[in-house]
Design a protein around this ligand. Structure first.
Ligand SMILES: [Zn+2]
Length: 234
């Protein structure tokens, strides 16, 4: 099966800083979010290839960004921006015209939007439509996210933390994965994850009765945790 091609487009760059306020520049924030999202997607999902319209601080015109995705015959396009102008929270946009894949574009956006709202601390400003060039000129389903207001004190404080930028990126990754049905890569063995050779085990219970231990393992697995029974003899 051919890889799913996801284009992520960090807004602005180079001589175009985008919105600037509170010591922050939109172009820096969008790039960080895009890089985090790309790396997270490649690390966690199989058969997905993420292409960024830019992976450094360079200027790109709007049509160049759309052309990039069209040339790649991408399956989906996601542009990342930070808002400004006196508001607060998150909103997302799709193209406001009439086009054949609009219902699909809408459905994908709804999943992404709802995931980002549930995984970040942004207020929900709603699902919107606009005549933006990158949305209009891309041939595939396309969405543009506005991740908080750089000139709002609450949002700017949130955006100053790399931890939160990563959270926003991961929320995009989770939302896109859910929208497109991406499959998680099989879990790596602990031995492959540890470079130091040191492991930290978390024990959640000791039981005299094996059935009780099995019950605990079942509960943990149901919650998505890896668990196993280690028999200990005195
Ligand atoms: Zn912007």
């Amino acid at each position: 099966m051919a890889d799913f091609v996801q284009v992520i487009d960090p807004g602005h760059g180079g001589h175009d800083p985008g919105a600037v306020a509170n010591g922050l520049r939109e172009k820096d924030l969008t790039l960080k979010i895009a890089l985090y999202a790309r790396d997270y997607i490649h690390e966690n999902y199989e058969n997905v290839k993420v292409y960024l319209t830019r992976d450094k601080d360079v200027f790109l015109g709007l049509s160049e960004r759309a052309d990039f995705a069209n040339r790649l015959k991408a399956d989906h396009f996601c542009s990342i921006h930070i808002n400004a102008g006196g508001g607060k929270g998150f909103e997302s946009f799709i193209y406001n015209g009439n086009y054949s894949n609009k219902p699909k574009t809408q459905a994908l956006r709804n999943v992404l939007h709802d995931t980002i709202i549930s995984e970040t601390d942004f207020a929900n400003r709603g699902k919107k439509e606009a005549n933006f060039a990158v949305l209009r000129e891309t041939n595939m389903s396309a969405v543009l996210t506005e991740n908080g207001f750089i000139d709002n004190t609450f949002d700017a404080t949130y955006l100053k933390s790399d931890f939160n930028l990563r959270k926003i990126a991961i929320a995009h990754a989770h939302g896109l994965a859910k929208a497109h049905g991406w499959k998680l890569k099989p879990k790596k063995q602990a031995s492959k994850l540890s470079k130091s050779g040191v492991y930290y085990r978390v024990i959640t219970g000791s039981f005299e009765n094996r059935e009780n231990a099995e019950q605990r393992v079942k509960e943990l697995k149901a919650k998505g945790y890896d668990a196993f029974i280690d028999v200990y003899k005195k």
